[in-house]
Write a protein that binds this ligand. Structure first.
Ligand code: NAD
Length: 264
């Protein structure tokens, strides 16, 4: 039996680094997964990869176009799982870090608003409709995992103020939801990744060695994280193995947020 056998999961941002790796691990552990993202070609490519690396699995896998900042689209995606028996695991993972984000003076208001509507409202909508579905299907347990970031825990001198603020909001709202719904058996945890080898960061860093080193030097491990290292944590939080883990800022950062200086 897989660690997620019989569970129905929705993954947002499933065409991206963390979302795709998580989908793959969830399927390997016996879950059914609805992969959602805002990009159709991205989803197509991601599904092809899933079918290549997990050719057989016990659960279902489907894709669906969803913009997480549009409540009706999130609601419809959650409703789609009614036919599967309702949602058990909601991974609110989609997020953006906009290239025009910056410090307080640099960040345009439109970029602030866009970042908040995807990174914060998207998580709110996903959490809200997951709870409604869990109640509708009379579930006595459920796991909602919301992707924040370690930048919500520490300040950085390479600012992206809207992004940082949005991830701080994810931590705060997740913590409160965890407390509100604890006696219903619905757990809420935040995932706090450190900078990773995924398109979100690596496309932005590009070939700029100085920009890359400015970040890499702070890792005790001497390297960026990998998406699969986040996916393993998500599977744990999604599974019943983490039944007493609730309201956690689940930090997967190679020790970065605990380091003063790093090994030479
Ligand atoms: P990624 O860019 O590879 O994936 C993000 C996915 O979200 C993309 O497929 C994108 O199409 C999708 N997306 C963007 N806007 C959307 C919207 N409105 N609706 C639905 N989908 C949308 O990045 P990733 O590294 O896999 O990031 C996943 C999460 O992890 C994000 O919330 C990100 O902020 C967070 N995170 C990433 C890092 C990092 O270094 N990569 C570090 C900390 C936190």
């Amino acid at each position: 039996m897989g660690r997620l056998a019989g569970k129905n999961a929705i993954v947002t941002g499933a065409a991206g680094g963390i979302g795709l790796e998580t989908t793959i691990l969830m399927l390997r552990e016996g879950a059914s997964v609805l992969m959602t993202d805002i990009t159709a070609p991205g989803l197509e490519k991601a599904l092809a990869k899933v079918n290549e690396v997990v050719p057989t699995h016990d659960g279902r896998v489907e894709t669906r176009l969803v913009d997480v900042s549009k409540e009706a689209e999130v609601e419809a995606a959650v409703a789609h799982l009614d036919a599967w028996g309702g949602v058990d695991v909601m991974f609110n993972n989609a997020g953006i870090m906009h290239p025009r984000d910056g410090d307080a003076e640099e960040c345009p208001e439109a970029i602030w608003d866009l970042t908040m509507s995807i990174n914060v409202k998207g998580v709110w909508y996903g959490s809200k409709h997951a709870v409604k579905s869990l109640r509708k299907h009379k579930k006595t347990k459920g796991s909602i995992i919301n992707t924040a970031s370690m930048v919500a825990l520490v300040g950085a001198a390479t600012p992206q103020l809207a992004y940082t603020a949005s991830k701080g909001a994810v931590l705060a709202l997740t913590r409160e939801l965890a407390i509100v719904h604890a006696r219903e058996g619905f757990r809420f945890n935040s995932l706090c990744p450190a900078p990773l080898n995924t398109p979100l960061l690596q496309d932005w860093l590009g070939d700029d060695k100085a920009k890359r080193f400015r970040r890499e030097v702070h890792f005790p491990t001497g390297r960026f994280g990998e998406a699969i290292e986040q996916a393993h944590a998500v599977v744990f939080l999604a599974s019943d193995e983490s039944s007493f883990v609730n309201a956690a800022d689940f930090v997967v950062d190679g020790g970065l947020t605990k380091a003063y200086v790093t090994p030479e």
